[in-house]
Ligand binder design. Sequence first.
Ligand SMILES: Nc1nc2c(ncn2[C@@H]2O[C@H](COP(=O)(O)OP(=O)(O)OP(=O)(O)O)[C@@H](O)[C@H]2O)c(=O)[nH]1
Ligand SMILES: [Mg+2]
Length: 434
Amino acid sequence: MPRTPVDLTRDSAPKAVLVGIHDRKGIVSSRDYVFSWKESMRELARLAETLDYEVVAQVTQEKEAPDPQTYLGTGKARELVQVVADEGATCVIVDGRLSPTQLRNLEDITGVTVMDRTDLILRIFAARARTAEGKLQVEMAAAQHALARLAGTGVHMSNPGAGIGTRGPGETKIEMDRRVLRNRIASLNRELKKVARQRAEQTKKRRESGIPIVSLVGYTNAGKSTLFNTLTGDEAYADDKLFATLDPWTRRWRLPSGQVVLLVDTVGFIQGLPHELVAAFRATLEESVDSDLHIHVVDVSNPAWPQQMATVNGVLSDLGVEGRPRVVCFNKKDRVSPQELDSVLRVHRGSVAISALFEDGLDELALAVAEGLSEKRVTVSWHIPYSKWDLVFEIKRVGNVRSEIHDDEGALINVDLLPEDAERFSRKLEIRKT
Ligand SMILES: Nc1nc2c(ncn2[C@@H]2O[C@H](COP(=O)(O)OP(=O)(O)OP(=O)(O)O)[C@@H](O)[C@H]2O)c(=O)[nH]1
Ligand SMILES: [Mg+2]
């Protein structure tokens, strides 16, 4: 059957059929962590709706591993073709990773556009990117994803038994594609470095102002942007769609006590973010969570909130900032019963329950933030020689550097630290002096 590509940008309400496989225990084996397939498919549907797809059907199969040719087994693939035709679907979205062979074969037999989870997330990121840096990062992630797919092709091509995916003279074309992509990645890298330098300059200025920085972190759709808007009275893009925020936003927030902080809205986290995307967004993420306090926003009305909370904690720990003062904020309390809320708060002591939408519990949140920020910090001044510069990186991770004046031998650093950190570093500096 000839392939008929569909221009999704022109179709206002494209109809999508979702495809997924799972093992006998109901676990998604194609993803690199344990996840129930029902939860995974629900999330895929929400991701699709984020791009205004109408999910018209699901085709799932119990299968230990994807079929190398068509992802689904032959019989199921035939069923998929039928479902696509019956529903008048315009695309198929697979909850996993597709090799170039699987992608091409599925497009050939269904006659519609086929994409995998990464393709879908990339499209969402592309649609949401606002700043120049965000756009560059999306392009970078897309180029890396394309390169990863081509790498898969190479493996198949060197194997003569690979079947219908093998095309003789294709190899040179693939090599050319690879070279083009590598060049593009290198040039994107250079551009990104330039933007990152500008951003670092802005961050430095912000830090030097001495105003505490508070970042809103949390799983996508938790309500961070809604809370951000409510607290700062400013319009950041909030939407009942996943990934409504791609680039961090910073605004002033005046606490009822009068203290002013800088509030940073960040992009939502999600389970199993493809690693190309994690790499591409790491710089922005690192920057936006490198703050004095985290408000961890949790959508308590989502039954999967404990897993979502664990995912967010995992990312924060990967970024080396899990030890920052933190206020856990259970949002959307208007959607759960008081009893349910009570039992959650009893387990998570010190957390607050709010409704960002109905502006409920915000004073309590502000109080918890003020308390978290005043957690006793001491300001120290150290002259650190360049020979011990590795310590400065460690200090910057946990402390708030107020100034850094360089001379020939090192730099005089003025920094706010927790007393135990101040003691630890002064010990390290002295030990190394001998
Ligand atoms: N019922 C209810 N809905 C809320 C509340 N807070 C936010 N929402 C809704 O939840 C949806 C997601 O809110 P956002 O603020 O965009 O979520 P986010 O955490 O910024 O999402 P990302 O930017 O994708 O990470 C929107 O439809 C909000 O109106 C709340 O307190 N109660
Ligand atoms: Mg948001």
